[in-house]
Design a protein around this ligand. Structure first.
Ligand code: FMN
Length: 151
């Protein structure tokens, strides 16, 4: 069975709500092993064992959260060249922008040669039911793509 890894950081609750919605959608779709971890609890062994990756971060000071950067720093060289082509996507929670978080994560993950399979989902100010539904759809799409071998 393929494994979908969801790694997120939250300083409050919003990014956690988004990441949990992604996991809920993936588990409802079925056919994949879904692992949901906070950045602090995830490491290179998790990424190496995963067939797909969905990241979640708040935007802090126009960048990804420090904990997400720490995760990416810890996995980058351990995983470089070993995860090429695996699908990934991103969810972001922000006060009024989000682009700094998106750009900073994309720049690093591009270096890992992962393949972006969906446009980022950005929640501004509120994590609305519509945003949570989109997160669930993202999880379901990844689960289906991995289970069917489309990705
Ligand atoms: C230290 C700090 C810096 C922030 N910087 C930004 C920022 O640069 N741009 C932005 O749109 N929101 C910024 N915010 C707002 C958060 O991104 C927003 O509240 C987000 O929804 C928090 O998600 P969380 O509940 O998962 O921590 C900042 C919040 C904090 C605490």
């Amino acid at each position: 069975m393929k494994t979908l890894l969801i790694v997120y950081h939250t300083g409050g609750v919003k990014t956690a709500q988004m990441a949990e919605a992604v996991a809920r959608g993936a588990r409802a779709e079925g056919g994949v092993n879904v692992i949901l971890k906070r950045c602090a609890d995830a490491g290179p062994e998790d990424l190496l064992a995963a067939d797909g990756l969905i990241l979640g971060t708040p935007e802090n000071f126009g960048y990804m959260s420090g904990m997400m950067k720490d995760f990416l720093e810890r996995v980058f060289y351990a995983c470089e060249g070993k995860v090429n082509g695996r699908p990934w996507a991103l969810v972001v929670s922000a006060g009024q922008d989000g682009s700094g978080a998106v750009n900073s994560v994309e720049r690093i993950v591009t270096g890992l040669r992962l393949e972006k399979r969906a446009e980022p989902i950005i929640a501004l100010k509120e994590v609305t039911p519509e945003i949570l539904a989109r997160c669930e759809e993202l999880g379901a799409a990844f689960a289906a793509g991995l289970a069917l071998g489309v990705f």
